[in-house]
Design a protein around this ligand. Structure first.
Ligand SMILES: [Fe+2]
Length: 183
């Protein structure tokens, strides 16, 4: 399973452009984290890219979300480690996050939304020039992008990252694909 095949499959199952961008952002951050931790970049990238592949098919049903996604990912031929990370990124199933990959995907998921929101309120609506400290400030402002789960982002401690460092890595990763994100 190549990145290209995975992206084709995402596009075959997801119409919403923002949702596709969310998965591309998650992929980019997962790749950067894998590099940071000396883990398998392709594997971690696939987990990020495919994690919400079922989001439109499950139509907000948290009981089926990520179960169907895990099945789809397995059919696509990803490793069981990636399947598990996708499955347990949705807490509704009560499946414990075990591996570093599981834990990374969980905290990366909401970070993409915080960074995108922080970019969109800037005058140029761009990621370029957006600094870690601005994102950190937005993190602390509870009313800003209120749907973004701060608690979940804070779980970066579970992979041994301080919040600042996590935001910095996420920002760097997303700046690297700013054009794809339209930011
Ligand atoms: Fe997600």
């Amino acid at each position: 399973m190549t990145q290209e095949e995975a992206l084709d499959s995402v596009k075959a199952n997801v119409e919403n452009e923002n949702l596709i961008k969310h998965m591309l952002a998650a992929e980019a951050i997962m790749r950067t984290l894998a590099k940071h931790f000396n883990e398998d970049e392709e594997e971690w990238g696939l987990a990020g890219l495919l994690h919400d592949i079922d989001a439109e098919l499950t139509q907000g049903n948290m009981q089926t979300h990520s179960k169907l996604g895990a099945d789809l990912a397995r059919e696509l031929g990803v490793s069981e480690a990636v399947v598990h990370a996708i499955l347990c990124h949705n807490e509704a199933h009560g499946i414990p996050r075990e591996s570093k990959l599981d834990k990374a995907l969980f905290c990366v998921d909401p970070l993409t939304g915080l960074i995108i929101a922080a970019a969109l309120v800037r005058p140029n609506k761009r990621l370029a020039g957006l600094e870690t400290r601005s994102v950190k400030k937005k993190f602390k402002e509870k009313s800003f992008a209120a749907g973004v789960d701060r608690q979940q982002i804070s779980q970066c401690s579970q992979v041994g990252l301080e919040l600042d460092e996590f935001i910095e890595l996420g920002l760097e990763a997303m700046k690297g694909i700013a054009a794809d994100l339209g930011l």
